[in-house]
Design a protein around this ligand. Structure first.
Ligand code: SF4
Length: 201
């Protein structure tokens, strides 16, 4: 059964409860994995994506599939450095299963997104990251309330004084990168992330 305390004093305590969260199932939504996460180990940057895919759900580790490899390629980070750098979170944390249409994964409902925001709010409170990178439009909308990914990639924002850099989703399903102007926006966005990471080091 899902446990959510009214207050958390450590990331480890939060992660213990997050790792067994079943709030969406208890609310009647289908899920096909347990929560996916990388345990906190002193990461100073927070990566905020949409939802895990099937591979991540099976391994219970974020960014394990092709999209993760693409993302690490964009940022020129080896796998171990990537996980040591970023505390990886997402709008929802469990694999939502295939879309009823059969094309791609199901987008978590608004209610599931709301249920999962509890974990994000506490993570940001306890982690106090020095950099936040959003991946994809849904993550950007949740964190900054900005509706259009295209005009935001390549820009730098702030959330309560913390730099926020938006990136597009690296999933091969998106045609966003077919536009040369968007590829330039991506290059500007990844440069911004690399510069912010260099500042943290
Ligand atoms: S998606 Fe989030 S709120 Fe829903 S069951 Fe998984 S961890 Fe809990």
């Amino acid at each position: 059964m899902t446990v959510r305390k009214s207050s958390y004093r450590s990331l480890a305590a939060l992660e213990r409860d997050l790792s067994r969260c079943r709030a969406c199932l208890e609310a009647g939504y289908p899920l096909e994995s347990l929560p996916v996460r990388v345990p906190g180990s002193g990461q100073r940057a927070y990566l905020f994506g949409q939802a895990p895919g099937v591979v991540e759900g099976e391994e219970r580790l974020p960014w394990r599939g092709r999209a993760g490899r693409t993302l690490r390629g964009w940022l020129e980070l080896e796998e171990d450095v990537f996980y040591a750098t970023f505390y990886c979170a997402s709008v929802t944390r469990c694999y939502p299963g295939r879309a009823p249409s059969g094309r791609g994964d199901r987008t978590p409902t608004s209610r599931e997104q709301e249920l999962c925001s509890f974990w994000r709010e506490w993570e940001l409170e306890l982690l106090r990251p020095r950099l936040i990178v959003t991946v994809g439009g849904l993550a950007l909308r949740w964190l900054l309330g900005l509706p259009s990914l295209t005009t935001c990639v390549g820009e730098r924002y702030e959330l309560d004084g913390t730099p926020v850099v938006p990136l597009p989703h690296p999933s091969g399903a998106s045609g966003w990168l077919n536009d040369p102007a968007n590829r330039e926006r991506l290059a500007a966005g990844t440069d911004l992330v690399k510069r912010e990471l260099a500042r943290l080091r």
